[in-house]
Design a protein around this ligand. Structure first.
Ligand code: C5P
Length: 211
């Protein structure tokens, strides 16, 4: 079974998807980490963010692997490096290219085909796994999303983080539509457990409906 969890940064995707995967005993796949890893490598290699075909070729040539909580690209562990604020600021410029998205989509589909998984991203329910068994689109109001980011990146000012988030939303808008059949959950006033409980219910309902 595939559970797709999409939505903007700060809506709670990672925390919820991780906790849900643990509860269900499913694999957890963070597709944002794949775009972040490619962005890190492009910075390292000096590949321009406007050059879609060079970025696509770099993606094609650079396997990304997940091992427990670690992500590596081209054999280098980038788990911590990809959470840097300079990556936050430019990842959308890499992710917007068709050439990059095609490579990522195919890799993500291959990973999805390996069995039960909770997959988080922006376009999982629409593009990567349009036949996902359960589709959820998490949202939260922008002040709450910015507040959560401040907790994750205490070294950066609240105002700068709110601006970064707004710019990233604008750049990601093209791949940030909820699937028509996704269940939207507003996490602004909900706690993690509550959100995970409601998605788990959807999963159990779906599992018994398809038995
Ligand atoms: O989820 P996270 O904030 O780590 O994603 C980082 C960036 O990767 C997003 O801002 C977006 O540009 C890109 N992304 C994407 N499609 C996905 C997942 C992430 O374009 N499925």
């Amino acid at each position: 079974m595939i559970v797709a969890i999409d939505g903007p940064a700060g809506a709670g995707k990672s925390t919820v998807a991780r906790a849900l995967a643990t509860r269900l005993g499913f694999r957890y796949l963070d597709t944002g980490a794949m775009y972040r890893a490619l962005t890190w490598l492009a910075l390292e290699r000096g590949v321009g963010f406007d050059d879609g075909s060079a970025l696509g070729a770099l993606a094609e040539a650079s396997p990304i692997t997940f091992d427990a909580d670690h992500v590596s690209i081209d054999g280098q562990d980038v788990t911590e490096a990809i959470r840097r604020p300079d990556i936050d600021r430019v990842v959308s410029s890499v992710a917007r290219h068709r050439e990059v998205r095609e490579v990522m989509r195919d890799r993500q589909r291959e990973l999805a085909e390996q069995g039960d998984a909770v997959i988080e991203g922006r376009d999982i329910g629409t593009v990567v796994c349009p036949h996902a068994d359960v589709k959820v689109y998490l949202v939260a109001d922008s002040a709450e999303r910015a507040r959560r980011r401040v907790a994750e990146r205490p070294e950066i000012g609240a105002e700068a983080l709110a601006t970064d988030l707004r710019l990233r939303d604008e750049r990601d808008a093209a791949q940030m539509q909820p699937a028509a059949d996704a269940q939207t959950i507003d996490t602004t006033e909900l706690d993690i457990e509550g959100v995970v409980d409601s998605i788990e219910r959807l999963v159990r309902e779906r599992a018994s409906a398809t038995k």
